[in-house]
Write a protein that binds this ligand. Sequence first.
Ligand code: GDP
Ligand code: IMO
Ligand code: MG
Length: 422
Amino acid sequence: MGVTAVIGLQWGDEGKGKIVDALSQDADIVVRCQGGANAGHTVLIDKKKHVLHLIPSGVLREDVICLIGNGVVVDLEVLDGEIEELEAAGIKTSGRLVVSRRAHVVLPIHKAAEAVHEELRGKRRLDTTRRGIGPCYSDKAARLGIRVGDVLNTSTLGVKVETACRASRELRQGGQSIDADQVLEHCERYRPMLKEMAGDPLGVLQRSLSQGKKVLLEGSQGFLLDIDHGTYPFVTSCSTGIHGLACGAGLAPSSIDEVVGVVKSYVTRVGEGPLPTMMEEPYQSAVRERGQEYGATTGRPRRCGWLDLNALRYSCGINGVSSVAVTKLDTLSELEMLQVCVAYEYFGAEVETFPADIEFLADCLPRYIDTPAWEDLKGITSVTHLPRPALAYIERIRTAAGCKVGLISVGPGRGELIALDR
Ligand code: GDP
Ligand code: IMO
Ligand code: MG
């Protein structure tokens, strides 16, 4: 394996957690590279549901080392709570979790700033996860951020926090009043936790790779939420594709051997922003209920749409995807009929790429083909037992993705996964 990266190819919640859990069976190290506690990655093991926000999903396999890379924005309170939850479930993190000293810390001022930004946007609000992600990445870019290493440095933390708070106050011009002492106290509360786990994932990765160990990079969000390549401004605040993973883990892009793209059998979107293939009723409600499409982080209902092959071609092309993992094939079974978007049309003309501007995208109409659904997939563990219409559906995905299909997920549980010849 060397280095394998797992990325979401749609608008997030494709089932990355489940796929990372499966692939981490053969991994020594799993790395979260970007994003923060806006992510919610679900793994279902023996009917016990684990939802991970910051800690790599590989933590559920006891011999796997977990790294939180420089590209992640770390909410210390969430991290602390997540460790506690895992320990309560009998999963030890001590000695196998390293957080980069370079990773930025999400502070209370970031959440306060996000509330003000959303308010200011009015009708054009993004409906973010309100986890302070955007303002934290903004402070990083503005060189006002507080990093994990800063929290550990008792002699300089005070002045850095004071500067960040002063700048935030000016930019927010009001809103909830948060003084520097409160922020400092917040950082100091979590200093003992960080003392235990702050380190240098770059060194760990380089040493491990030279020893022939296997590394899995766990992407968060989805490529259509990418800050550069997604449906801007309705995106998250970091690079969610392969480029962001390489940078956020601190690896050379050329060291990544395999890119596994996770594709849900339909698309979902939580929060505001375009969803060209949005389903009509009764499919919208039926798929939401069958697929339990409610946010793993915020509980918000997700909007559901038909599989969008135009968007998939775009995501696969830019990310150099080497194989896809198709998830939630079971959710579509027994529907009356299915639609698949094979292209977009702009006033009658076929659109060859994924539009750069959401205004242009709003005028694009999906060109659909109808396709039959299939019967219940319960208990199917081999591709040869998949019903013919399901195989035809997978073939469409394979052709649009331009690469092999390595995995097909037919249920949320660990065992409900079909591995194809990789
Ligand atoms: P992630 O953010 O990409 O890790 O995805 P989420 O965990 O937010 O959402 C995926 C949801 O689908 C979770 O509730 C998973 O347990 C569930 N899931 C994953 N794969 C399958 C599948 O093949 N079938 C069904 N029915 N559920 C799945
Ligand atoms: P995982 O890793 C789905 C969405 C939010 C909002 C937009 C910006 O579980 O797939 P943010 O809080 O990041 O500034 O919000 O991005 N979003 C996600 N949607 N899955 C995620 O992560 C998401 N992370 C952010 O709903 O529309
Ligand atoms: Mg999720």
